[in-house]
Design a binder for this molecule. Structure first.
Ligand SMILES: [Zn+2]
Length: 275
C-alpha cells in the first residue's frame, strides 16, 4: 500500500523517525502499586520548587485542588547542561505528551530523560478533543505579564523556575524548555495562534514521570492557573500543586542508538531515504 492511501498520511510527507521503544519494559512500572514517597513537596501558589529524582524513581505531579498548569523543566542532575529539548520532543513524540511519551534531552546526548508512565487526565478526555500536556508553550515571564497587565511585578513562571533552580544550585541560565503539564491548548488553524482552553483536569489528577537518568525536576505553579482566563483580563485562578518522589523496583532499560552502518555499504540507501 502506498503511503498516500493511508488515512491521515499525505503523499510526500515525512515523519521524524522515532527510536524503537519496548513498552513491555514499562508496563510493570506503570502497573505496580506506588511505594510510599521518599519526599513530598507542596508547591504553593505563585512559587516554584525543584526536586531531585533518583534514576529509576517516579516523579508524580498532582493537582490536588483542580486544574492548574505546571511549567516543568527537567535536568540531568549530574550535568544540568543536559536538559529537556522541547522541540525535538515535539518532533519525536508529537506536540502533546502522555503515557508512553519520552521526554528527550539536548545535544550532544539527545536521549530520554524521562518516560511518562501515568496520566490520569487522558481518561477523562474525549479522544477527538484538544489534548493536554503540550511541549510548545514555553513559560510565562515578567515581560509577557508587563505587556498584558502593565505591571512589572506580576508573578510569572520564569521567576518561579529561578526560585526552583536556586534551591538546588542549578544556573538560572539553563532555564529554557519546558512541558506545560495540565494545560489544554490548541493551535488555531486560521491564525496559527496558540489558544488555551479550560482543562479537563479534576482534583486529584496526576502525571507520573519515570526517571531514566538522575534528574532534577523544577516546577512552576503558573500564575495563570488553569489557563481559562486571558492574561489581560486581570482574572486568574492559581492553585497549589503537590510533587512526590517514589522508589520503584525497576532499573531503566538501557537506551542506545544503533551503531552506524558502514558508509560504503549503505550510502545509496541513505541517499534515497533522505531525498
Ligand atoms: Zn506561567
Amino acid at each position: 500500500m502506498s503511503s498516500g492511501t493511508r488515512p491521515g498520511v499525505v503523499e510526500g510527507e515525512r515523519r521524524v523517525p522515532r527510536p524503537g521503544m519496548d513498552w513491555s519494559a514499562y508496563e510493570p512500572i506503570a502497573a505496580e502499586e506506588r511505594l510510599p514517597p521518599d519526599e513530598v513537596v507542596t508547591i504553593e501558589v505563585d512559587t516554584g520548587r525543584a526536586m531531585r529524582v533518583p534514576q529509576g524513581h517516579i516523579f508524580r505531579l498532582t493537582c490536588p485542588e483542580g486544574a492548574q498548569v505546571a511549567d516543568v523543566c527537567i535536568f540531568n542532575a549530574d550535568d544540568p547542561t543536559e536538559r529537556l529539548w522541547a522541540n525535538q520532543t515535539l518532533n519525536r513524540e508529537g506536540a502533546y505528551v502522555s503515557t508512553g511519551s519520552r521526554l528527550w534531552s539536548t545535544m550532544p546526548h539527545f536521549r530520554p530523560l524521562a518516560t511518562i508512565v501515568a496520566d490520569t487526565v487522558r481518561a477523562r478526555t474525549d479522544p477527538t478533543d484538544t489534548p493536554h500536556h503540550i511541549v510548545l508553550g514555553a513559560h510565562c515571564n515578567p515581560w509577557m505579564w508587563l505587556l498584558a497587565t502593565g505591571r512589572d511585578d506580576h508573578p510569572n513562571c520564569y521567576d518561579h523556575l529561578c526560585m526552583a533552580v536556586d534551591e538546588v544550585g542549578i544556573d538560572r541560565a539553563l532555564i529554557h524548555d519546558n512541558v506545560n503539564f495540565f494545560q489544554k491548548t490548541r493551535i488555531d488553524t486560521a491564525t496559527y495562534q496558540y489558544v488555551t482552553q479550560i482543562p479537563d483536569v479534576a482534583a486529584g489528577d496526576f502525571v507520573e514521570l519515570y526517571a531514566e537518568l538522575p534528574l532534577v525536576v523544577a516546577v512552576s505553579v503558573c500564575p495563570m492557573g488553569s489557563g481559562r482566563f486571558r492574561a489581560e483580563s486581570g482574572r486568574r485562578d492559581p492553585k497549589r500543586l503537590v510533587a512526590s518522589v517514589h522508589p520503584t523496583a525497576y532499573r531503566p532499560p538501557p537506551f542506545a542508538y544503533p551503531p552506524p552502518e558502514p558508509l560504503a555499504a549503505s550510502s545509496h540507501t541513505r541517499r534515497e531515504a533522505s531525498d
